[in-house]
Design a protein around this ligand. Sequence first.
Ligand code: GLP
Length: 244
Amino acid sequence: MADPHLMVVDDAARLARAGADVVADVVHADGHVTIAPATGDTPVGMYADLAERHARGDLDTGGVSIVQLDEYLGLEPGDRRALYGWMDRTVLRPLSIDAGRVSRLPTDGDLDAACAAFDRDLGARGGIDLAILGLGTNGHLGFNEPPSDAASATRTVDLTRDTIEANARYWGSEGDVPTRAVTLGLRTLLDARRILLLVAGASKHAIVRRALEGPVGEDVPASFVREARGSVTVVVDHAAWEGE
Ligand code: GLP
């Protein structure tokens, strides 16, 4: 465990490039890698950068497996709000990763049993090589809402007011945001061989400072990246770091 490597970059384009360099390094170092990619707005530019590298022939994704980070619950098949669909549009298709290489989080049936089985299977396969994470305005990683402890397992969660407000921008209004979700647990994320945390925009200023400079604890789940098992790179844009 070492302190996170912090990179403060000027703007969105540099954030995308710096993040894509980390992902490309991981993929090039070992073609057979398991990646858990965040949805949300922050990594979209980085995925586009990676897609360009892939289209140019500079990024072979043939050995990449994907683990879903989080998903809403209570949606019908084909619902526009499914985070799987978001991942499909921004990661899977642009990087030519077919659905057969994706471990999809359970969304129906006996979810407690299915989540426990998911963690067991993922552990048996060697866990996550690279977790690509965004930061919730309330400090969440995936949908590990505060309070979440570092040992939390993959599980169902009730979304907090903060997250419902923040996610309203994706789907129209707060009423359009599902209230329950399933998320990889912090334990699985913190066990990843590498974590890449991307943070952009002045609205994340207070929480990124709390996560990296405040007390480590369950009220700010992202603070636990400072106790992660593997190496951690945090790429923050100027607006988020300085709050202006
Ligand atoms: C969302 C997702 C996270 C995401 C985070 C930040 O609610 N559950 O996986 O990383 O919040 O989203 P954004 O990058 O849009 O700010």
